[in-house]
Design a protein around this ligand. Structure first.
Ligand code: IPE
Ligand code: IPE
Ligand code: MG
Length: 248
């Protein structure tokens, strides 16, 4: 329960009674953050993972229900192997740490994406965090790893096609809700607000289906520079908008 309706961070107020239910973030700009300091890109990824911890803690504290973060896309495999390995190591580190802390912090974790390409070790840790998630009721954090919006929709289409071939459904049964149920995000409400740092004005294969009526917040700030104040700015911007969903 929040006794105060507003949460102020460094002069930026948000209305806690009207938080978005689901915020999604494309955690972009780690590489540029490091390069501009003369540091290796991997240092930027480490800094970005610290920012993620900080932002998730803040959003859990103010009572957000769902947070989805884009950590590694299906296209990010095209990066140098050392960079890919460094990102995978950071993810493993985060999930191992989560095993210790998530119940205390009342956070649940879910992976969105094709896990078959992940190391057996990482998959094992993810299984453990899945089990621990059953004990928590606070912020639900979805981490997109080896995630692509197109791959997700293709995967759902295949599952529905198989069901149709087996006679479990008829092609005309396929509608928005049936397809949604086969996405990685089944059971998770669509994102209300999608945040993209780093000055890029694109979606980069993130939540293509689920973003149909999302509100967007773009900023030039790089992800490692994000903090509670910038998150509040994004939420405040969202709270000033009028969502019409095609109506008037
Ligand atoms: C986002 O930061 C992290 C991943 C895509 C894994 P980038 O690594 O894309 O950083 P920039 O965009 O090169 O600055
Ligand atoms: C999107 O960022 C993917 C993640 C943040 C994980 P990218 O840096 O890969 O996207 P592009 O290449 O700028 O579109
Ligand atoms: Mg990038």
């Amino acid at each position: 329960m929040h006794l105060f309706r507003k949460k102020n961070v460094a002069g930026v107020d948000v209305d806690l009674a009207h938080l978005p239910s689901h915020i999604a973030i494309i955690m972009d700009g780690n590489g540029r953050w490091a390069t501009s300091r003369g540091l290796p890109r991997t240092v930027g990824h480490r800094e970005g993972s610290e920012t993620f911890r900080r932002v998730a803690t803040y959003l859990n504290n103010i009572g957000l229900k769902h947070l989805t973060v884009y950590a590694f896309s299906t296209e990010n495999w095209s990066r140098p192997v050392e960079e890919v390995d460094a990102i995978m190591r950071l993810l493993k580190e985060y999930f191992l740490e989560a095993c210790e802390k998530m119940v205390r912090d009342n956070i649940s974790l879910k992976i969105l994406g094709d896990q078959s390409a992940l190391s057996p070790e990482l998959r094992e840790i993810i299984k453990r965090t899945d089990e621990l998630s059953l004990q928590t009721s606070g912020l639900k954090v979805n981490v997109c790893i080896n995630y692509g919006g197109r791959a997700e929709i293709v995967n759902a289409a295949r599952i529905l096609a198989e069901k149709a071939v087996l006679g479990e459904i008829k092609p005309e049964d396929i509608d928005v809700s049936l397809l949604s149920e086969e996405l990685y995000t089944a059971g998770i409400p669509d994102p209300d607000l999608i945040i993209r740092p780093s000055g890029e004005l694109r979606i980069s294969n993130f939540l293509l289906w689920q973003s149909a009526y999302a509100e967007f917040y773009f900023t030039d700030m790089l992800w490692p520079d994000f903090d509670e104040k910038e998150i509040n700015r994004a939420i405040l911007s969202y709270q000033k908008r009028n969502r019409r969903y095609g109506g008037i």
